[in-house]
Design a protein around this ligand. Structure first.
Ligand SMILES: [Zn+2]
Length: 526
């Protein structure tokens, strides 16, 4: 499907306008939260595909955020539902009018959710003030609306070389624009690590043995649009409260990038957390092929800059543990949705974090999802990955009642993954010494990530390459922490290709290493 056909685009815009126009008398002019009682999996699947599901659901009940036109569609289905919040905008306004106490938190004291500029400014300042510990980086691809996307890397001697073989913990938030608490906890963790380094023995020791890479706002366009609400102009009109609940990125009908101020007024958006390659494009409701669906997966795996950026980190760096933060279901979810070959391992780590947070420890969000971040990282590199659905009070609860009340538990839960990442029993190690001194090691592996059967690209798989580099110590010794060479879902053994370039000669060997194994290659003569 091409989006460059003008009459097609015009038809889509007309369809969007119609679908967003008030249809029935009962249709809300503002966002509404309802709880629908479902009889079976088929009804549930229909709601997940066709409506905006908040994740805050339990057995037999599904909570929906209703957009223009949705109430009429729901009434037409004849399903039993009750209204939880009739006017979410008024509810949010009332919350916003409450006194906002200034809270003492890691980083600057705060009384409300950060804006995009706050995240970027704070990361820049942290890097400037702590040059040996924090490195600021811009992701290789800007957003569709032309914004730079920033992240930080945190480790002792962070700049010494990014290719020293240490294991890496990756933590991000805001694949989904409206999930403000998720980004706050991620940013607080960045501050917490910086403030604890040199003071807290455990964290100091961990940051010497490992690295942390964090992108608090993956989907910068969507987040900025949501956080700046309600002063938006869009097809939905301005100031009715819907903009704050934008979920996807800001992909437009024309596919064109827009100047930042324009904010893609014709955006339909792609759900970045359905756009990763692993099992992309399923036909069972794990993602949607409909442009307007909240789980629209995009035209192809990795069609979006947000997922391309994260993929490059997963394949290019020694990520062995990861958390992607979302809002809200008060649940720790894990890669593989409870069906991973190493689910016992993942389940036990998830249980530790869930106990600290007082959350559920579940395989899945309650229905299938495909093309997600943690599934992708685990399936391609064996990284032990989790999706945490933070909070239980909505997407934008009062700051003091959510972030202020629970931030300490979140720091502690994230620290569990620091310990997991630093512990070689949870990943693989290749070590040795190159005779003759300093050498450059390159490790590669090309493989095919399976897509879902029947996906719209018609392809069975997506070819990808892990490519990483390591500089040995001056004496030629090295210790490389990384995922096992076997991918978890592949039955056949797989190897890394390791090229050793010592200046005086080059050697290429195949290396097979399993989870928990420390493979000592001994002295390598070139
Ligand atoms: Zn989410």
């Amino acid at each position: 499907m091409t989006l460059r056909n003008r009459s097609f685009i015009a038809a889509l815009v007309a369809l969007l306008v119609v679908s967003l126009s008030p249809i029935g008398r009962t249709d809300p002019a503002r966002p509404m939260i309802v709880r629908v009682h479902v009889a079976d999996a088929e009804q549930a699947g229909y709601l997940f595909e066709g409506f905006d599901e908040t994740h805050n659901h339990s057995h037999g009940e599904i909570e929906l955020l209703l957009w223009p036109g949705d109430l009429a569609r729901l009434d037409a289905l004849g399903m039993d539902y009750e209204i939880v919040i009739e006017d979410l905008y008024a509810h949010d306004q009332a919350e916003a009018a409450r006194p906002k106490p200034m809270l003492s938190l890691p980083g600057p004291n705060r009384s409300d959710y950060r804006h995009l500029e706050d995240y970027n400014t704070e990361m820049k300042q942290l890097a400037k003030k702590n040059p040996g510990l924090v490195k600021l980086f811009a992701l290789p691809r800007p957003s569709l609306e032309g914004r730079k996307i920033f992240g930080v890397e945190i480790a002792s001697n962070v700049k010494e070389t990014a290719t020293d073989g240490r294991p890496v913990f990756y933590i991000d938030a805001i694949h989904h624009a409206r999930e403000w608490p998720a980004a706050e906890y991620t940013m607080l963790f960045i501050h917490h690590l910086v403030e604890s380094y040199g003071k807290d023995r455990e964290i100091t020791s961990l940051l010497r043995r490992m690295r942390v890479i964090s992108i608090p706002i993956v989907n910068v366009d969507g987040f900025d649009y949501s956080r700046r609400s309600p002063a938006q102009v869009s097809l939905l009109g301005a100031g009715n409260g819907f903009e704050g609940y934008w979920r996807k990125n800001r992909r437009s009908f024309t596919g064109a990038t827009a100047p930042v101020v324009q904010k893609n007024p014709d955006a339909y958006g792609v759900d970045p957390n359905r756009n990763y390659a692993y099992l992309w494009g399923d036909q069972q409701g794990g993602s949607s092929g409909t442009l307007f669906s909240q789980t629209y997966r995009g035209e192809a795996p990795f069609s979006e800059p947000e997922t391309q950026n994260v993929r490059d980190i997963i394949l290019g760096r020694n990520i062995v543990g990861d958390i992607t933060n979302h809002t809200y279901q008060a649940t720790v979810l894990r890669a593989g949705g409870g069906n991973a070959p190493e689910d016992d391992l993942l389940e036990a780590i998830g249980a530790k974090m869930a106990a600290i947070l007082g959350y559920e420890n579940n395989g899945s969000v309650g229905y299938p999802t495909t093309g997600t971040t943690d599934d992708y990282a685990y399936s391609t590199t064996g990284a032990l990955g989790f999706t945490i659905e933070h909070g239980s009070q909505g997407f934008h609860p009062a700051y003091d009642r959510e972030v202020g009340a629970f931030w300490k538990e979140h720091m502690e839960a994230f620290e569990v993954m620091l310990g997991v990442t630093a512990n070689p029993k949870y990943h693989s190690v290749i070590k040795g010494r190159v005779a003759g001194g300093a050498a450059t090691l390159t490790l590669t592996k090309t493989f095919k990530t399976p897509l879902s059967p029947g996906n719209p690209t018609g392809e069975k798989s997506f070819t990808e390459t892990i490519k990483r580099k390591l500089e040995t110590q001056p004496d030629g010794s090295f210790e490389w922490h990384l995922g096992p060479s076997d991918r978890p879902y592949e039955k056949k053994h797989e190897s890394y290709t390791l090229k050793i370039d010592g200046g005086s000669g080059v050697e290429t060997i195949q290396v097979h290493v399993e989870r928990g194994q420390v493979l000592n290659l001994g002295t390598i003569k070139l």
